[in-house]
Design a binder for this molecule. Sequence first.
Ligand code: NAP
Ligand code: F7E
Length: 336
Amino acid sequence: MTKTPNLKIALITGLTGQDGSYLAEILLKKGYVVHGIIRRASTFNTARINHLYQDPHNRNRKLFLHYGDLADAGTIRKIIYKVKPDEIYNLGAQSHVKVSFEIPEYTMDITGNGALRILEAIRDFQNETKKKVKFYQASSSEMFGSAPPPQNENTPLVPQSPYGAAKVFACNMTKLYREAYGIFAVNGILFNHESERRGETFVTRKITRGIARIKAGLDKKLYLGNLDAKRDWGYAPEYMEAAWLMMQKPKPNDYVIGTGETHTVREFVELAFKEAGLSNWKKYVETDPRYYRPAEVNILIADTRKAKKILKWHPKTKFKNLVKIMVWNDINELKK
Ligand code: NAP
Ligand code: F7E
């Protein structure tokens, strides 16, 4: 593949996900050439990036898609050697915590070993070509598990799910490859971040979609699990800007990204129903034990002093506004 002079090249795994789509937008705006790894599926899985799609016949296009899978080391290696990226963002994962209890081995293979496969390919690529490649690992607040809040870069990691444990493995490998081989490898330890593009089975989007359906008369009830869990919820596009900032620092490091505020799932529900003009949420919401997890992360609150000081990154969207954005997006989507 020929390199366009002076343009930075990024490779993103998980391009079709919530974060991948926002990161691609940000990098394209900054003038990058963006390559993304997507999975072959029997149905279209590119809804979040359709607006970024560029015709393969366009000679000036800046977005390139490659079929691949984090389980497939050979293809990942081949793509890295072909694309010769300056920066790799590993956002691909089996990212659902509840599902990880049902498919723990697969979760470990993709969410954990997937990162290691990329790091090994980078190690060989750098040795052979002498070209430096920076690596971003999408680490998660889920790694803190039962460690008491507020959580920062020095908080012990006590994961409470196969997903959390797989992310701890990937996080540790990222640190190890930084220390042992001098690779520019960073962990962005991101707390929950949501948006209009959030997957439909994560609790915030499930609530806002459920409300839209109830308001439209399509559903009567919304079934949820543990309403007492507390999360530090922020707005996804802002978190991807933080990921990019981490990669621009002279030295690689790990950073916690969040809002520093926590709210229960119940508070999200109450505020979201109110926003939609449905005052008595208890009339519509029922708890169903099928959504409980074998082990739960009870409370997360980010201590983001390091990111504020070094990255000069500050969250902008407040909880109330996040709820509003998501509720009205789903109401309007359904009308369409
Ligand atoms: P998401 O919407 O679930 O997206 C996950 C992406 O990974 C999708 O593009 C998915 O492809 C891809 N993927 C899944 N399995 C794969 C495989 N075997 N090979 C290659 N790609 C695969 O997740 P997100 O919310 O954007 O999160 C992005 C990353 O940040 C994930 O690693 C997640 O674990 C982590 N994270 C998220 C949060 C959060 O609150 N959102 C917080 C901390 C960390 P398909 O579209 O084909 O399914
Ligand atoms: O659950 C409770 C549930 O699935 C949040 C992923 O992006 O953030 C996400 O993981 C809370 C939990 O997100 C339902 O028990 C109640 O306490 O939206 P969630 P998560 O598990 O925090 C982290 C940082 C990641 O890294 C992950 O990739 O909400 N809850 N009732 C429910 N959760 C779901 N999904 N569905 C319910 O019906």
